[in-house]
Design a protein around this ligand. Structure first.
Ligand SMILES: [Mg+2]
Length: 232
């Protein structure tokens, strides 16, 4: 038996383009270096994660702050409040988000395979992530009890206790499980520490970490072809 455990953001769907597009709409300008924009935005995302998960601050507030910090770093002219407006624009874009055809096809085949169990392990605040889960229609492939949002557990990625929760829910041993995620720090290190196999989606071609994942891919296309060749 094999358990495939997916992160959501930038794993099951690509969030990066929407984050940049939302800022461009609000600022009325073009971001000339979107990869650097995303790097700064994601660096800022590591800060305040605990406050977000505990509900001390809202996703809108934290995303507004991340946007304005990113604008500053890239010397993009903005007015106070543009960060929160960008967060709102991002939410609007998210309401049209969907999985790629390739991902849908791969998940369809896994969901109908009796030797494969599927789960989701995502970081963040409950309401925001649950909304996304609904928008993406993940209940088509994942049992609702096997969709774990860290904000509902009291633990933050990469806490191995989150992996233990998944093991228990799926009834699988560590070496039967695969974590599939885009964040080396949040998705991959916790899974390696838990004795799981790992697939790292290294979209920004970040430098190689000291402990290598079992597989590394750089795009959605590479990910779905790896998943299909390995698990179907
Ligand atoms: Mg992610």
């Amino acid at each position: 038996m094999t358990g495939l455990v997916f992160d959501i953001d930038d794993t099951l769907y690509c969030r990066q383009d929407m984050l940049v597009k939302a800022a461009e709409t609000v600022l009325g300008t073009t971001v000339t270096d979107p990869l650097y924009f995303i790097k700064i935005f994601y660096d800022k995302s590591d800060i305040n994660m605990r406050d977000l998960e505990s509900g001390k601050i809202t996703t809108r507030e934290i995303n507004g702050w991340r946007y304005e910090e990113t604008f500053k770093a890239l010397a993009l002219p903005f007015r106070s409040g543009d960060g929160v407006l960008s967060a709102d624009a991002y939410l609007e874009l998210q309401s049209h988000m969907c999985l790629s055809e390739d991902m849908i096809e791969a998940l369809d085949s896994f969901a109908s395979n009796p030797d494969i169990k599927l789960a989701v392990l995502t970081a963040g605040e409950s309401e925001h992530q649950r909304h996304k889960i609904d928008m993406l229609g993940l209940d088509r492939w994942f049992n609702s009890e096997d969709i774990i949002v860290s904000g509902e557990t009291g633990f933050s990625k990469p806490d191995v206790r989150l992996c233990r929760i998944v093991e228990e829910k799926l009834g699988l041993k560590p070496d039967e499980l695969w974590m599939i995620g885009d964040s080396y720090k949040h998705d991959i290190t916790g899974a390696i520490d838990s004795g799981w196999h790992t697939i790292w989606i290294n979209r920004r071609s970040l430098p190689h970490p000291d402990r290598l994942p079992d597989f590394e891919v750089t795009s959605d296309k590479e990910l779905t072809s790896l998943l299909r060749s390995k698990f179907t």
